[in-house]
Design a protein around this ligand. Structure first.
Ligand SMILES: Cc1cc2nc3c(=O)[nH]c(=O)nc-3n(C[C@H](O)[C@H](O)[C@H](O)COP(=O)(O)OP(=O)(O)OC[C@H]3O[C@@H](n4cnc5c(N)ncnc54)[C@H](O)[C@@H]3O)c2cc1C
Length: 716
């Protein structure tokens, strides 16, 4: 039988049973007055039929609690009055837990999928919380009598808590309350109302007991933190409030904020201020991409109405311009600027010698807190023979002054894709090799296919599903040997760029010696507050993960600094809800929130709205109308779950969706906002318009049509 029929049958059965209960006013038998007036009668029956009465009572109790009917409290009193304390405690404890678990299972069967599908995104944090600490939450809820019994059963059924956990925690958690009511039942004559059973003193004790697991967990955490620090001698005074190791995106922002809130902070950098982003990452790569784009425009001159253009260039000069761009940005991240902001800057390699001390250039600095912001380095896979050729990575690529004739780019991620297209545009014969079935693995298949087609149209050879196995040099020819569907493919090259990911810098500066824990992903393991297992050592940026972007490094830096400087008074969990990124291919691919693949994986009930740039006036005028805006929304709602933009300046255009998602602004509001004409940004409004068109109130428009017809005097 299909599951919706089963659900319908269960709803019908429940409806009938609950309906009968109220139609026949069975509730009147489950009142304190009724119980007291018929106590002697019940007692006589029980004395004559003990086993039958106990079994009948058990079953009735299960039914009342499973159907969430009112009367469980009176039944508990009745149990105490008739059976005596211990037998009643036993029967009520098991029947109430069984009934509660049945209610929990029914709520789960009928509603959980729907609730998780509808609110999956918003429930993610609650789900993780329940998975981790659900038992102690439930225990507290069971003990604190403010939360109604039946509500807890039904709500818990909607969470991912296993039924077994629900059962045993409920059994233990409800025991104290059950004992109080059963005991009260043994003195039924003295009870005049249900509300008087729990005296204020007893209520407070229950609340305290309920909070016990939560408080004890907090206490244990604090003890664990103290223990982690106990073996180190704590200086009486500290030179600094904060030592920041690494002056990349994460370290610079950490130091900046620490100085802004008037703490004494030192920033230590062993190589170049600005770290990867400025020196070997975002800045040089975007500068190179810019020159490559100029060339690409030149090649399209005819399209723009020119008879002919020639672009003569020297690759070395292009690379010199890249360096000039880096030099121009350098002052933003310089020692001078940061010293002016109140940060002490030290050039040298830092080593953490204890949670309270860092050694640099032979000098020991004492500090209350340390932020590790040591970044990541290109990961070079152990491919036999690779070390026999002078392979390139994003670290040494920028020293290149001669364009390789044939370039292999190993890796189909963002860095690999950006460099593949840029080098191809300068005229290198580029082969991009990716082990996975598609390049741009994180994006939707339509995005990956589109970028691949663009690459191939620009003369790039894209080899997906190809696993690089070995590098050999045969007759002076360098060859990359790949495995593709069981066969060997040889790719000749003059230079090879390894861009298969970046590995966090965790070694050689004291983390191992201190026993700092490392996550399975190779990043430093942190809690949601970015604290390592030694709580005054925190982490931000690529070394912490899970994202490896400049903007996420800066975002984490704020949390790491505030949590370092103001804990235990105030701490904040890092908010990863709205994380955008952009791959700077041409056209760019920018995304925030969910894409369609993730919406499917999360089993969401979603809708897709696509607006094609070929309809956007400005994109047409620019000759850049290839691409689209794709927005994911919950079915029938304008709330933005995610947006992907493929097109010119996609990274910039995405900002509107990022803002909207962060502040809960829906597509209706974007549609109601004036966007200047003709701009690319209008595409966002047009995408919102597409969504609106798919949700026209057809019935209402039918009435409006009738209204207009009436105004015309009834003519059709
Ligand atoms: C080619 C390329 C292109 C990229 N493009 C983009 C992009 O377009 N957008 C984007 O958002 N991100 C991009 N990234 C990623 C971005 O560069 C990183 O996410 C960012 O730089 C991480 O910053 P971080 O502070 O964590 O680390 P880093 O910038 O790597 O800084 C770490 C610093 O710590 C120093 N250090 C390490 N150990 C010690 C020690 N013991 N003592 C003292 N100093 C130490 C290092 O020398 C380094 O300067 C790109 C990366 C690459 C490689």
């Amino acid at each position: 039988m299909p599951s919706y029929w089963k659900k319908l049958l269960i709803i019908l059965a429940l409806g009938v049973l609950i309906g009968l209960f109220f139609i026949f006013d069975l509730q009147r038998y489950l009142t304190l007055t009724e119980l007291k007036s018929r106590q002697a009668e019940f007692q006589a029956f029980y004395d004559g039929n003990r086993l039958f009465s106990l079994a009948g009572f058990f079953l009735l109790y299960v039914v009342v609690t499973a159907l969430s009917l009112p009367g469980a409290a009176v039944m508990t009193l009745a149990g105490g009055a008739l059976f005596g304390f211990w037998p009643a405690l036993l029967v009520v404890s098991f029947s109430s837990t069984l009934g509660a678990t049945l209610a929990f299972l029914v709520s789960r069967f009928l509603l959980r999928d729907w609730v998780q599908q509808k609110f999956g995104g918003r429930l993610a944090t609650i789900n993780t919380g329940i998975e981790k600490e659900g038992a102690s939450y439930l225990f507290s809820l069971r003990l604190v009598p403010l939360f109604p019994f039946f509500v807890i059963n039904l709500v818990m059924g909607l969470t991912p808590m296993p039924a077994r956990t629900f059962y045993w925690v409920s059994q233990i958690g409800m025991l104290a309350g059950t004992a109080v009511y059963v005991n009260a039942g043994t003195q039924l004559g003295q009870i005049n109302s249900l509300s008087g059973i729990l005296s204020p003193g007893l209520l407070i004790s229950f609340v305290l007991l309920g909070l016990f697991p939560l408080l004890s967990k907090k206490g244990l955490d604090m003890l664990k933190q103290r223990k982690a620090l106990a073996k180190f001698s704590k200086p009486k005074q500290f030179d600094y409030n904060l030592v920041v190791i690494g002056a990349g995106s994460a370290g610079l922002v950490s130091a900046y904020i620490a100085a802004a809130v008037k703490s004494k902070v030192v920033l230590i950098e062993k190589h170049k201020m600005g770290g990867d982003c400025l020196n070997t990452g975002c800045v040089p790569s975007k500068a190179l991409i810019r020159s490559a784009k100029m060339l690409a425009y030149g090649r399209r001159a005819k399209e723009f109405g020119f008879k002919k253009t020639t672009t003569k260039f020297d690759f070395a000069e292009v690379m010199e311009r890249v360096q000039k761009v880096v030099t121009k940005v350098e002052p933003h991240d310089s020692v001078e600027r940061f010293t002016g902001l109140g940060v002490e800057c030290i050039s040298g390699a830092a080593t953490i010698t204890s949670p309270y001390s860092v050694v640099v250039n032979g000098r020991t600095l004492t500090t209350r807190n340390i932020i590790v912001a040591t970044g990541a380095a290109p990961f070079v896979p152990p491919i036999p023979g690779l070390d026999q050729v002078d392979y390139l990575t994003s670290d040494n690529l920028w020293q290149l002054r001669e364009l390789p004739k044939r370039l292999v780019v190993l890796g189909g991620g963002p860095i690999g894709c950006e460099m593949t297209q840029a080098f191809a545009r300068f005229g290198a014969e580029v082969t991009q090799v990716e082990m996975a079935p598609k390049i741009m693995g994180r994006e939707d298949p339509d995005v990956a296919a589109f970028i691949r087609a663009r690459f191939e149209a620009e003369g790039i050879r894209v080899l997906t599903g190809h696993a690089a196995k070995q590098v050999v040099v045969k007759d002076n020819e360098k060859l990359l040997l790949c495995e593709y569907q069981g066969a060997q493919v040889e790719v000749p090259f003059d230079a090879i760029l390894v861009a298969v990911g970046r590995r966090p810098n965790i070694k050689g500066f004291g983390l191992e010696e201190l026993g700092i824990q490392i996550s399975p992903r190779g990043t430093v393991a942190t809690d949601p507050f970015l604290r390592t297992n030694i709580p005054n050592i925190l982490c931000a940026g690529d070394v912490a993960g899970p994202y490896q972007f400049t903007h996420t490094a800066a975002h984490q830096a704020w949390y790491a600094v505030v949590n370092a400087l103001f804990s235990p008074f105030k701490s904040f969990r890092v908010d990863y809800r709205v994380i955008p990124w952009c791959t700077f291919t041409d056209p760019e691919v920018a995304r925030v929130g969910l894409n369609e693949t993730e919406a499917i994986e999360q089993n969401l009930d979603y809708e897709v709205t696509i607006y094609k740039l070929e309809e956007l006036d400005r994109a047409i005028a620019e000759g850049e109308d290839d691409g689209w805006i794709k927005v994911i929304t919950p079915r029938g709602k304008d709330k933005i779950l995610g947006a992907t933009i493929v097109g010119p300046h996609a990274g910039d255009l995405l900002a509107e969706f990022i803002l909207a998602m962060k502040h809960g602004i829906g597509l209706n509001k974007i549609l109601g906002t004036i966007h200047p004409y003709p701009t690319l940004a209008e595409g966002n409004k047009a995408a919102a318009g597409e969504w609106k068109r798919a949700h026209i109130p057809v019935k209402l428009l039918g009435w409006v049509e009738k209204f207009h017809s009436w105004r015309r005097g009834g003519r059709s």
